[in-house]
Design a protein around this ligand. Sequence first.
Ligand code: SF4
Length: 449
Amino acid sequence: MALTGLDIFKKLPKTNCGECGFPTCMAFSMKLAAKQIELEKCPYVSDEVKAELSEASAPPIKKVTIGVGDEALVIGEETVMFRHEKTFVHPPGIGILIEDTIGESEIASKARKVDDVSFERVEQQLKPKVVAVKSSSGDADTFVKAVKIVSETTKAALVLISENPDIIKAALGVVADKLPLIYAANKDNYEVMAGLANEFSVPLAIKADNLEELTELSEKVSAAGVKSLVLDPGAKIDNDHFRDVTYIRRAALKNKSKALGYPIITMLAGSTDDPELEMTLASLYIMKYAGIIILSDLDPARVMPLMVLLQNIYTDPQKPMQMSQGIYPVGDAGDESPVLITTNFSLTYFIVSGEIEASKVPCWLCVMDVEGLSVLTAWAAGKFVPEGIAKFINESDIASKVKHRKMIVPGYVSQISGELDDELSDWSVDVGPREAGDLVNYLKQWSPN
Ligand code: SF4
């Protein structure tokens, strides 16, 4: 549970010395509670209070890192049940299941999909991040060979699946430096699995058939010294599973359950033969509350909507999604193409650029940074006004891209056209339609003359 500023203030020296850069200890504690400054900025906090504050201010769901470098998957650290309360922090890692029995070329081909299935949206690269290798053979050599092929094919985070500690140990012998998640400890093997997690310093998944057993297992594995855990509340994906996943989140956040304060892995691969149902379930678990979702395949047509959902759920609702300011060609824009201006709210950009594409009239779309606000809101906030627009246009290179000097402004801000005409002395301003849906007809009739 996050500490309030007052809770923190009670533990500070209260001398108001100002060495932290704030005039009072209270001001410092408020900043600390808002996570806008480090505790280390106050040189007078005792080690005991440091330990107390860092323990108390730790997120109720622990952070777990799987993999290394830029491709590492970070999950956990969530603090709210619902995205509108604050924000969800770390998007779940979507992954593919590879069984070690399918043959070397098929293993490599499936592993490559993790890197090949990649989409760019709102200037973010969206892609799966996990490969789960399963020992279906039950043979350590076969498993190690499959794990090696996967680790040489992709840098994606690895999950090693076997409940036989000997098989897991053999694989860790070759890929422990890649910080894989080992899956899974259960009531029968947890002591040896916990020993492996400690020996190789890797995260460990624990699996049980009900929450009571999972809680008990988590406590035992934690007591054995394993700090980095991932929870699996059961292999059968059904209503009870979905309920349990929600319960785990609630228990961690509301009941401060330390045993359940870890991210969750959901094994959808093999739970159904229906790929559409698998994707539907994946979308549910993106929203509530998986940290890792393992699928049976990564068909781009199915993965893309999942990624878009994931991107939307894991953006901060307090910060509108934005495009970078710039001049964007839509279609094969040339020196006779229309020039339109709009704001950098990503939804506005997608709607306007989509209608331009539908018109089949290549255009230059000037996207102005107004902190992610829509056209009318930005105008009302004084951010999409003639002076600012003129500055943006004059500093951009749009004049070198077209021979004409006509600028189309959104119909919703027709009131700025006169003043903008004055500010942009080299350009004349056309007022476009109010609704983006009317752009198709408007652009077909537009002429630079
Ligand atoms: Fe208070 Fe520490 Fe800041 Fe001094 S440095 S004002 S004691 S918080």
